[in-house]
Design a protein around this ligand. Structure first.
Ligand code: GDP
Ligand code: MG
Length: 441
């Protein structure tokens, strides 16, 4: 029994480590999953490199095979990267808070302006939408329709689309917000299908005229590999304080999220998932990570494997402790010694079914007590250790003299041993393993 006992504890303590081969094999699969999700290649490379260094030497959970283990780490890492700095809107101390939207044409800025206004309004704010996209035909009308649905006002030049100076409109909107008592100003800006200097200059001018508290970069999740160059251009051209991913209702796997996060270093704050005002939510890193990995099922399996393993391990430990041999004084000593060596692992034993009774005993195992116990048991003959019933009065005296303790100490030890024996029997009985009849001699 003592051998088995220490074997169990050893296996708990000395878990294996992930090998280079495990890591390389799984890293290849992760790399493919990321590329398929349209994460940009340089981002994939950086991610895999970082992953390898984190995973190397990681202890293997016994519940998972190495591949599952790595996928689990990848998922955790992704969630952390995508959500490490998730935060709410940075409101101005002195209202109005200015939120400027930037991004390519068609990214979903105008739609987002309406969604954000609606969301903020429900949150107790009084937003003002500002039409600073005077380039695209109908842009102002589009914003007006959305504003009406959201139940908020629009600030726009009288003449409508195609007329007026967007920078002037943006600047004037701040005074209007103050006059009308609006605490948040959302500035919709113009985009181009590709990045161009004129558009960037205009965005910069609007930025300088309004000093936004937030500059949200809106990007279409379907953009795929172009995410990096687009994000870089806006990062350098205008400056970005947060990211909004749009069109996540499409079938894009969402690799753009990782690319943009990597390039801008700014948090992804919101996700847009449709054309309706309500298709909008704060960003959920965990959902995004599963989506990018395309391994949602795998992750569920991993969780199940871990849960099942916990249960299995407890049962196995109990079984190994109980089955077969009788519990002897030698086992008792070995148990004491391993419990003391275990330290915090004693907590694992406390988790075992029926171990509540063992708690007292675990607490009795202090150093001095253990030295005494060891000395006493070492002074016994092999027969006495195997069968404590033969230890009569004269043997007790002999053992006490041999180990330098009193007869009373020997008696106490034997009493504790008997209790332990009884407990083992009870535990076996409780586990329904039919071992109860053979646990004592
Ligand atoms: P902007 O050019 O950046 O202002 O983009 P718009 O807000 O005008 O959006 C361009 C198109 O994408 C419009 O037809 C929107 O209805 C649509 N759109 C915007 N956001 C979403 C979204 O999250 N999901 C879907 N399916 N369509 C969206
Ligand atoms: Mg627009």
């Amino acid at each position: 029994l003592s051998e088995r006992l220490s074997g169990i504890f050893a296996s708990i303590r000395s878990k294996g480590r992930l090998t280079d081969a495990d890591i390389d094999k799984t890293a290849r699969e992760i790399r493919l999953a990321l590329l398929e999700a349209d994460v940009a290649l340089p981002v994939v490379k950086a991610f895999i490199a970082q992953l390898k260094s984190r995973v190397k030497g990681t202890e293997v959970s016994q519940a998972l095979n190495p591949e599952q283990q790595i996928v689990k780490i990848v998922n955790e890492e992704l969630v952390e990267i995508l959500g490490g700095e998730t935060r709410r809107i940075n409101y101005a101390k002195q209202p109005p808070t200015v939120i400027m939207l930037a991004g390519l044409q068609g990214a979903g800025k105008t739609t987002l302006a309406g969604k954000l206004a609606s969301w903020l309004k429900k949150d107790g704010h009084s937003p003002l939408l500002v039409a600073a996209d005077l380039q695209r035909l109908n842009a102002v009308d589009q914003l007006k329709v959305l504003a009406e649905r959201a139940g908020v006002d629009v600030y726009a030049p009288e003449a409508g689309s195609g007329a007026g100076d967007p920078v002037q409109v943006a600047r004037d909107s701040l005074a209007e917000a103050e006059r009308a008592g609006r605490d948040v100003v959302i500035i919709d800006t113009a985009g181009r299908l590709g990045i161009d200097e004129e558009m960037m200059q205009q965005a910069r001018d609007i930025r300088d005229a309004t000093k936004p508290d937030e500059t949200l970069f809106v990007i279409d999740a379907m953009i795929g590999q172009d995410a990096v160059s687009t994000a870089e251009a806006f990062r350098d051209g205008v400056g970005i304080s947060g990211v909004v991913l749009s069109k996540l209702d499409g079938d894009a796997r969402g690799g753009a999220a990782l690319s943009v996060r990597h390039v801008t270093g700014q948090p992804i704050m919101f996700a847009s998932t449709g054309e309706k005002l309500a298709d909008f939510d704060v960003f959920h890193p965990d959902r995004m990570a599963s989506r990018i990995l395309g391994m949602g099922d795998m992750l569920t399996l991993i969780e199940q494997a871990e849960a099942a393993f916990d249960a299995e391990q407890k049962e196995e430990m109990t079984q190994k402790l109980m089955e077969g041999d009788d519990f002897t004084l030698e086992d008792f000593l070995a148990q004491m010694q391993s419990i003391r060596k275990m330290g915090p692992i004693a907590n694992i034993i406390k988790m075992m079914p029926g171990a509540a009774q063992m708690k007292d005993q675990l607490e009795q195992v202090d150093e001095k007590q253990l030295d005494k116990t060891t000395a006493i048991i070492r002074s016994m003959t092999a027969e006495e250790r195997r069968n404590s019933k033969v230890i009569n009065g004269s043997r007790r005296l002999r053992i006490a003299n041999g180990s330098g303790v009193t007869v009373n100490d020997v008696n106490q030890l034997l009493n504790r041993f008997k209790e332990a024996q009884k407990m083992m029997k009870n535990m076996t009985g409780m586990m329904g393993m039919g071992g109860g009849t053979k646990a004592t001699k």
